[in-house]
Ligand binder design. Structure first.
Ligand SMILES: *Cc1c(COP(=O)(O)O)cnc(C)c1O
Length: 359
C-alpha cells in the first residue's frame, strides 16, 4: 500500500529491518550510545551546535512534542501569542487553554495566509507577550506559513518562537541561525521517515534550562528529559526500536542530500502529481508557492465525493487523505512524504485517470 497521508509514512526496507535490532535495557551503555547518536544526528539535520542546542527525545506522537514544548518553555510569568490558520494552530490553542497558560491569539480561516500586519498590531499593543507559537507547515491545507516575516516581528519585540515543525522538519528551511527560536517540535514519522512513537523537541539550551518552574507536567517536562539525557540516562522507558529505525532513517536522509535533498525530492514528486491531476482538471487548493513541498490539497473532481475517490484509489493500492473538518466535502490531500518511487506516482495518476473518466 502506498501511503499518501501525512504520516506515518512508507518506510524503506532498511529502516524496517533496523527495527529488528537487539533487545536493549535502557539502563545500559548500549542504549545510551544509541540515544546519544540519535540526538546528535537530529541536531546535524540543520547543522546545529551541541553547545547552543539540544534534541530532547520523548516517547509519544507529535502532539506530545507540542504539549511538552508549550508547557515546559513558557514560564509562569510568561504569555504566549498563538497564531491559528488550521487544525494544528488550533491544537496549540487547546493545549495552552488546558494548562491555563496566559495567552492571546490571532486567528485566520483555515488555509488563509497569516497577516504579518495583524500580528504586528497585537505585538505592539501587548508588551506582556514573551512567546509566539505557530505552525510552520499547516498540514490541514498544505500551507507553508511564512516564518521569515514572523521571525522579524519576534526579533523586534524580543519574543521567542515556539514552532510546530512536525510536518516540515527535515524537508523545509528552518532558519535556526536567524529566527529567534526557543524550540521546534517534531517527530520521527513524518519528513524524517522513521516510525511513529518517537517525538522530539529541538530547543535552545538557554530556553530549556530557564523554562517553567515548577513544571506543569510530570511526563512532558522537557527539563527532566534534558537533564537525564545529557547525563546518559532517561527518566522513563523509551521506545527503543523506534530509535533503531530513526538512526537508520537519519543516515539515509544524509545519504540523500540532507533536508535540501529531501525538499527537492518532495517538490519533484508534488509537481508530478499536480501536473498529472491538472490534466484531469483537478485543481490545487493553494498556488504552488504558498504550499509546502510535503503535502498539497486539491479540490475533489466534479461530482465525486471523497469516500468514493478514496475507496477506488485504495482498491488500487493508494491511501489518500481527506480534507479536515468542514473541508472534507471540498478537498482531498496528497502527501509525498516517505519512501515513494517516481513509478508509484505514475501508477497513481493512471489510477486517477481511470476513476475520473469512468465516472
Ligand atoms: C502530524 C502533525 C501533528 C501531530 O500529530 P500526531 O498525530 O500527534 O503525531 C502536529 N502538527 C502538525 C503540523 C502535524 O502535521
Amino acid at each position: 500500500m502506498i501511503l499518501l497521508n501525512p504520516g506515518p509514512v512508507n518506510l524503506s526496507d532498511t529502516v524496517r529491518n533496523a527495527l529488528l535490532g537487539p533487545d536493549l535495557c535502557h539502563r545500559e551503555p548500549e542504549y545510551f550510545q544509541l540515544q546519544r547518536q540519535v540526538r546528535d544526528q537530529l541536531l546535524d539535520v540543520y547543522g546545529l551546535s551541541t553547545d547552543a542546542w539540544a534534541a530532547v527525545m520523548l516517547s509519544g506522537s507529535g502532539t506530545a512534542a507540542m504539549e511538552s514544548m508549550l508547557t515546559s518553555l513558557v514560564p509562569r510569568d510568561g504569555k504566549v501569542l498563538i497564531i491559528e490558520n488550521g487544525v494544528y494552530g488550533e491544537r496549540l490553542s487547546k493545549i495552552t487553554q488546558l494548562h491555563q497558560i496566559p495567552s492571546v491569539k490571532v486567528s485566520f480561516a483555515w488555509g488563509e495566509e497569516i497577516s504579518a500586519q495583524q500580528v504586528a498590531q497585537v505585538l505592539s499593543m501587548d508588551p506582556d507577550i514573551t512567546h509566539m507559537t505557530v505552525v510552520h507547515h499547516e498540514t490541514t491545507t498544505g500551507r507553508l506559513n511564512d516564518l521569515n516575516r514572523l521571525a522579524e516581528l519576534c526579533d523586534r519585540h524580543q519574543v521567542d518562537m515556539l514552532i510546530d515543525g512536525i510536518s516540515s522538519f527535515g524537508a523545509e528551511a528552518i532558519d535556526f541561525d536567524r529566527w529567534p527560536i526557543a524550540a521546534v517540535a517534531a517527530t520521527a514519522n513524518k519528513c524524517l521517515h522513521g516510525i511513529p512513537g518517537l517525538a522530539f523537541v529541538i530547543g535552545r539550551r538557554s530556553a530549556l534550562v530557564s523554562g517553567c518552574e515548577p513544571a506543569r507536567s510530570l511526563y512532558l517536562d522537557l527539563k527532566t528529559y534534558l537533564t537525564k539525557q545529557d547525563d546518559d540516562s532517561t527518566p522513563f522507558t523509551p521506545a527503543v526500536p523506534a530509535y533503531y529505525a530513526l538512526t537508520q532513517a537519519l543516515a539515509e536522509l544524509t545519504e540523500q542530500g540532507g533536508w535540501p535533498g529531501r525538499q527537492q525530492r518532495y517538490a519533484d514528486l508534488a509537481c508530478l502529481v499536480s501536473e498529472g491531476l491538472a490534466k484531469l482538471d483537478i485543481q490545487p487548493y493553494l498556488p504552488a508557492d504558498a504550499s509546502s513541498v510535503v503535502l498539497r490539497a486539491y479540490y475533489l473532481p466534479q461530482g465525486m465525493d471523497y469516500h468514493q475517490l478514496h475507496d477506488n484509489l485504495k482498491k488500487q493500492g493508494f491511501v489518500i487523505y481527506a480534507g479536515q473538518g468542514g473541508l472534507e466535502k471540498q478537498l482531498f490531500r496528497i502527501s509525498t512524504m516517505g519512501t515513494i518511487a517516481t513509478s508509484d506516482i505514475a501508477r497513481l495518476l493512471q489510477a486517477f485517470g481511470e476513476i475520473v473518466c469512468r465516472q
